[in-house]
Design a protein around this ligand. Structure first.
Ligand code: COA
Length: 205
């Protein structure tokens, strides 16, 4: 771990990520990179360059991708891995994490979440505000669980899937890679084909 943290992306999601990092109180200084060159600061933290500048900071900073889009976050996270960056895990002090939970590098766990025991969460995921992931879930890499989504026990979510705000997944359900589950939608059967699913219960659109 380094004494400084650099967050790539200074807009909405990046700001929430910075807020967690500040509350974790582990870094002496925190700064952003953002591709909007007109942006000088965000959340009172300095924007010190664009994402292309990241390579010059690898030795001095822990680096975290604060971008909400799963594909973009994946792309940048994988570049960071390739160049050997130090990538932390960010967990809000008011998240509740059960025993034997595994969380991958580059994942952000937001305020008010509950991750129950024996759940595995991959790398570079977002476990967003007030969502709950119950026991024995297996969440793939680059997944986004939006605010207020609830996953019952033994749910599997495949790589790169995005569960929308307030969605619900019943127990023992498997959702394959690359799915989008709409806001407020309810999944009660396995989803084995990538796509966009909405409604109660979900239908593919
Ligand atoms: C699922 C979603 C991605 C679809 O977006 P889209 O591809 O632009 O789809 P459209 O808005 O064109 O909608 C397509 C159809 O699905 C319906 N639909 C879209 N989202 C829906 C939802 N959440 N629940 C029920 N129906 C929905 C639309 O009414 C439309 O139906 P119609 O064809 O009968 O008119 C989007 O609606 C959504 O729910 N996003 C989640 C947002 C979110 O969670 N944000 C949190 C970020 S932290």
């Amino acid at each position: 771990m380094k004494s400084k943290l650099l967050i790539i992306g200074a807009s909405g999601h990046g700001k929430v990520v910075a807020d967690i990092a500040i509350k974790m109180n582990k870094w002496q200084s925190i700064a952003f990179l953002d591709d909007d060159k007109s942006l000088r600061s965000s959340m009172g933290l300095e924007v010190i360059g664009t994402s292309d500048d990241v390579f010059t900071h690898i030795d001095d900073y822990d680096i975290f991708v604060g971008i909400g889009n799963n594909d973009t976050r994946k792309r940048i996270h994988e570049v960071l891995e390739t160049v050997g960056a130090s990538i932390p895990i960010l967990i809000h002090p008011n998240a509740i994490i059960g025993n034997q939970v595994e969380i991958g590098d580059g994942t952000a766990v937001m305020a008010g979440t509950v991750v129950n025991c024996c759940t595995k969460i991959g790398k570079s995921c977002i476990v967003n505000t007030g969502s709950t992931i119950d026991h024995d879930n297996c969440i793939g890499n680059f997944v986004h669980i939006s605010p207020g989504a609830h996953l019952a026990g033994s749910v599997k979510v495949g790589q790169g899937s995005w569960l929308g705000i307030g969605s619900v997944v019943s127990n023992n359900i498997a959702i394959t890679n690359g799915c989008i589950v709409g806001a407020g939608s309810v999944v009660v059967k396995d989803i084995s084909k990538p796509g966009i699913y909405v409604g109660i219960p979900v239908r593919r659109v």
